[in-house]
Design a protein around this ligand. Structure first.
Ligand code: UDP
Length: 277
């Protein structure tokens, strides 16, 4: 394992896909509870303004770099990230590995019927894979329905739980409930259930191989345009941090602050909380 690359306070595990899947399988075997999040640049930027979200990201055992922007920005930091590890690819490889084991999976999230469709599709694709059940992601936090979902997950006792409630809800939800859930591997998966169900298409290989998946998503889902405006801001901030400056955009003003010792240390710190691998 090659340590941590901390980008704007978010400590990514600098591991490739094979290592990420390998560690997950070992933790599954050793029954070591492991929370996995896959932050992209939008999430890193959201964490700059949301202290709780930042703490939640820091409390995970594994943070995988989802998004070419993270890999590119990491070049400005200590211990640059080796490769992008997209959540969707990770899930598919993991399913391929555990399909003949006794491990079971539960899918939580997305609109009504999507997780169920993903279950059927994945079980056809990975013969032997056991997805015990599914539930949509539009329950209210703290509601009786949420309690029923948690009780049902614990009754079925799936070793792997995928949670697709969108960020930051899914990460905060997992952090709040991780100790009350029996599952060993708990992962925030964003819109991956939509992809696994076949409802949303992933970018064709050309876009993926050239680090242009974000562009494909932009042209196929133009409604994401506003969300994506944070991408250039993210890159500018990463370059700023490289030169010891914190760059902020407020309205039409650009504020450049010299980073203090505490902030500078964030660039090179080797690890964060004790839970991290
Ligand atoms: N979602 C959900 N409950 C919510 C909000 C969102 O289940 O309260 C689902 C939504 O249906 C979608 C996923 O969370 O399947 C978020 O998808 P998005 O494309 O925004 O996530 P990304 O992959 O960009 O992180």
């Amino acid at each position: 394992m090659s340590g941590i690359c901390k980008i704007m306070g978010v400590p990514f595990n600098n591991i490739n896909m094979t290592e990420a899947v390998g560690i997950t399988l070992i933790n599954l075997k050793e029954r070591k509870k492991t929370v996995i999040y896959t932050p992209n640049p939008e999430m890193v930027m959201a964490a700059q303004k949301d202290r709780e979200f930042m703490q939640v990201l820091n409390s995970a055992e594994i943070l995988l770099p989802d998004g070419i922007g993270i890999v590119k920005a990491s070049k400005f930091y200590h211990n640059p990230i080796k490769e992008r590890v997209a959540g969707c690819d990770f899930i598919e490889i993991l399913f391929g590995k555990i399909k003949t084991s006794i491990n079971t999976v539960y899918l939580l999230g997305s609109a009504e019927g999507v997780a169920e469709k993903a279950k059927q599709r994945m079980q056809r694709r990975y013969r032997g894979l056991t997805i015990s059940d599914t539930h949509h992601g539009y329950f209210k936090d703290g509601s009786p329905e949420e309690k029923e979902v948690i009780d049902e997950i614990n009754r079925l006792n799936p070793e792997v739980l995928l949670v697709g409630l969108g960020f930051p809800r899914q990460e905060k939800w997992i952090a709040k409930h991780r100790d009350h859930l029996n599952s060993i591997i708990i992962m925030g998966v964003g819109g991956s259930l939509d992809v696994l169900s076949g409802n949303t298409r992933r970018a064709p290989e050309f876009y993926r191989n050239h680090g242009l998946e974000w562009f494909y998503r932009l042209i196929t889902q133009p409604s994401r345009f506003k969300r994506m405006l944070v991408l250039p801001v993210f890159m500018i901030r990463a370059i700023g941090e490289r030169f010891g400056a914190k760059i902020e955009f407020k309205g039409d003003k650009v504020i450049i602050k010299k980073m203090d010792g505490k902030n500078k240390k964030r660039k090179t710190a080797g690890s964060s909380k004790s839970k991290r691998k």
